[in-house]
Design a protein around this ligand. Structure first.
Ligand code: FES
Length: 106
């Protein structure tokens, strides 16, 4: 199982074992990682699953689709490495990936 690290804005780290085919958001919420309300349940319509992906992992991720890109406009403090975790499907290449959570999702 790929292991993902979520780092809250306050520095608290959470190591989560993700399942292949599960979204990164699902892995986080099933593990009760704080700071990812994921209000729309993964429908790419709320932007409350926003996270900053560490630079070394960005290039290996699928490109932003238009819908994710548009929804990220509503995310709190969007950056170059912002992604919506509900749109990232876990595969083996994500083992070790680090995601940092924004100070707020609103
Ligand atoms: Fe709503 Fe990701 S959970 S956009």
């Amino acid at each position: 199982m790929p292991t993902l690290t979520f780092i809250e804005h306050n520095g608290a780290e959470h190591l989560v074992a993700g399942e292949i085919g599960q979204s990164v958001m699902q892995a986080a919420t099933f593990a009760s990682v704080p700071g990812i309300p994921a209000d729309c349940g993964g429908a790419c319509s709320c932007a409350t699953c926003h996270a900053y992906v560490d630079e070394q992992w960005l290039a290996s991720l699928p490109a932003l689709e238009d819908m994710e890109n548009d929804m990220l406009e509503y995310a709190f403090e969007r950056r170059e490495n912002s992604r919506l975790t509900c749109q990232l499907v876990i595969d083996e290449s994500m083992d070790g990936m680090v995601l940092r959570l924004p100070e707020s999702q609103f």
